[in-house]
Design a binder for this molecule. Structure first.
Ligand SMILES: Cc1cc2nc3c(=O)[nH]c(=O)nc-3n(C[C@H](O)[C@H](O)[C@H](O)COP(=O)(O)OP(=O)(O)OC[C@H]3O[C@@H](n4cnc5c(N)ncnc54)[C@H](O)[C@@H]3O)c2cc1C
Length: 90
């Protein structure tokens, strides 16, 4: 199975990020195709969150766990905001 993003400057493992229209950081010695994210894992595409090695942070287990937790919280917040906006339009 190919992975979403590859570390250590290797070629991209999957074109999923590109297919989704996600902005990629320039290749560097740590990651060839890391997805650009904000501190809560949000990408340039609404509703798409990224955590762990696929994102542009330093690859480590601790960072992946923290980023996953942050991204999950941000995704829940995003859904609640969307639901609230929908209920206001009813
Ligand atoms: C050799 C090596 C040694 C390391 N040593 C350390 C260390 O000592 N300490 C440390 O903190 N970090 C270490 N790291 C880094 C650490 O392993 C990673 O930062 C961490 O595992 C990232 O977690 P992740 O969940 O983002 O990605 P991953 O652990 O790579 O998990 C991604 C998972 O998604 C699956 N997947 C990918 N694409 C798809 C798809 N399209 N559909 C379904 N599943 C998919 C993959 O099969 C994989 O199981 C090391 C990394 C390597 C390569």
């Amino acid at each position: 199975m190919r992975r979403l993003a590859r570390g250590r400057g290797a070629p991209p493992r999957s074109d999923l990020a590109t297919q989704l229209g996600l902005a990629l950081a320039p290749p560097n010695p740590i990651a060839a195709d890391a997805v650009v994210i904000n501190p809560t894992g949000e990408t340039n595409v609404a509703g798409v969150f990224v955590a762990g090695d696929a994102g542009s942070g330093m690859p480590s287990l601790a960072n992946a766990v923290a980023a996953g937790s942050n991204a999950a919280a941000a995704a829940v917040r995003s859904l609640l905001v969307e639901e609230h906006a929908t209920s206001l339009n009813r």
